[in-house]
Design a protein around this ligand. Sequence first.
Ligand SMILES: C[S@@+](CC[C@H](N)C(=O)[O-])C[C@H]1O[C@@H](n2cnc3c(N)ncnc32)[C@H](O)[C@@H]1O
Length: 247
Amino acid sequence: MNFEAALRDRPGRDTKRRWQGAAAKMKIDVLTLFPAMFAGPLDESIVKRARGAGRLDLKIHNLRDWARDRHKTVDDRPFGGGPGMLLKPEPLFEAVESLSDERTRVILLSPAGRTFSQAVARELAGERHLLLLTGHYEGFDERVRESLADDELSIGDYVLTNGALPAMVVIDAVTRLLPGVLGDEASAQDESFSRGLLEYPQYTRPAEFRGMKVPGVLVSGNHAEIEKWRREQARLRTRQRRPDLTR
Ligand SMILES: C[S@@+](CC[C@H](N)C(=O)[O-])C[C@H]1O[C@@H](n2cnc3c(N)ncnc32)[C@H](O)[C@@H]1O
């Protein structure tokens, strides 16, 4: 990778174009068996602010509301045998049909999906409406994956109990990229992964703490030198810690 080009070519450009084309408000619907898990993380900090400012319209739906029997059954045993239960197609199909339209991007959360990243978060931030399908038990009947989902995302190579935490990870990462949400959009442009680099080291006051001094250039007032130092540090840190990002 050409680091200088990566630094010059601010990632915001492409994203911003899509932001401008996107509706002012993003809508996210989540289908889950555990609505209570979402209280707390999505009622704090930047996501709370985005919701309060009308930038994010977030709704959490209980999949059992689309169950057909009085026991609210949403799962069944897998054909061919094997451990665990699978989410049945009927409630999921009916829920997705009632919550989506032709502009909705339906995303299935699954360990078998493509890996979620900052680049994918930027891609999703340009959408108007996301519908996140979160699984439980052994996961989904394959027809959900084949016929309902536009995309399948994994948040990493490990298996969680259900899709609530992965959905919250996606919502958080996408929301902070919506225009105006961070307040200072430059902070999203300089942070890790945004330009194919990790972020440079940062310091705040005091300039000396327990004998540890802030690098002199940062208190020099010379902005060109500060920018140069930051580029070098970002490059160095990326080479040392994440050489895979530089290929
Ligand atoms: C116990 S997992 C099912 C795992 C599935 N049997 C497999 O081996 O791939 C239950 C649900 O949690 C969610 N989940 C678990 N780990 C995840 C991950 N790394 N990324 C995204 N979703 C995940 C998915 O929605 C999944 O359907």
